[in-house]
Design a protein around this ligand. Sequence first.
Ligand code: GDP
Ligand code: MN
Length: 380
Amino acid sequence: MKLHEYQSKQIFAKYGVPIPKGRVATTAAEARQIAEELGGRVVVKAQVLVGGRGKAGGIKLANSPEEAEELATQILSMELKGLPVRKVLVDEAANIASEIYLGITNDRAARKPVMMASSEGGVEIEEVARKTPEKIIKIHIDPLLGLRDYQTRDLALGIDLPKEYWRDFSKVCFGLWEAYKNSDGTLAEINPLVITEEGKILAVDGKMIVDDNALFRHPDIAEMRDLDVEAPEEVEARKYGLSYIKLDGDIGCMVNGAGLAMTTMDVIKLYGGEPANFLDIGGGASAEKVAAAFRIILSEPNVKAVLINIFGGITRGDEVARGILAAMEEVKPKVPMVARLVGTNAEEGRKMLAKANMITAETLVEAAQKAVAAAKGGVQ
Ligand code: GDP
Ligand code: MN
């Protein structure tokens, strides 16, 4: 789950990371009032779950409360990378002398969290990694030992941070690490961490992603979820316990098991198709769940064919087919459907589906080829 900038910074602040004074507003009038309270220059920042808001025009400096109101009006009517702006953060403006990057994520290959720092802050870190990878300093954190003092000094040294800031920088590193660890983060990032003209270190931006599977032990974070800005299909899918991720292609996929779903997508691509989604309906999927999955897949106007790939293990093939047929009764799909069923009673299940005019297949390769052809209009 991605957190907004203002939410991420609030969590960082709890762990002692200095952040600018400010609050979030949903109307321009509110933004003006916050600017009045802060007294002076403020920065008005679009709260959307995408990066590069600055470049896209979603971050503006205001010299007065009137200007803050005007800019908030503009920003609140914007769409950034397809997402509507519903909230703005109004922060005391910082006088930035230099910008640093600081972030933590999991390094799966190393099986450890990795903390990264760079003197090239403010720019997207992927760009720094591409153009000047030597400017990213990394240290791995042993999960049992935690972050060590000498490691934060290694980072400070690596990014040529002047000595007088080492102590404060180290505090920020420890704060970020504690925030990441205690929230079950998969990403915690400050970009930029700035040094102000007044010689203070300040986290001007913040981004955090929390492991969905750990949300049950962080009810306070789970509550921060912003349904407004998530893809509505993903919200609907979560309601039914389905794992759904929207993609750009035109072949809808309905599969049981995450591994099988990934394989299905790979095989579709191998035969020249593009999956429209990742969808794992889980084990023992009921007709109700299958119907919800159909509704979600077919709500996407791009979808030109659907590939159903079910391995009947605990659930028998004929039961799965009955579920699919019941769901089709309800949803009445208008695009070609290709089904591959294997496992117990698969034969029986396939026959039931074929009778209902579905295209059936015995192997995944055959199913993928038929789905790709169907999406291209070759099979009806
Ligand atoms: P992002 O573009 O989505 O990463 O949003 P950021 O919060 O990182 O802001 C983008 C850029 O705007 C920063 O790198 C800064 O250069 C600038 N910026 C953000 N806040 C302030 C501020 O308080 N004062 C000044 N002068 N610049 C700011
Ligand atoms: Mn940023």
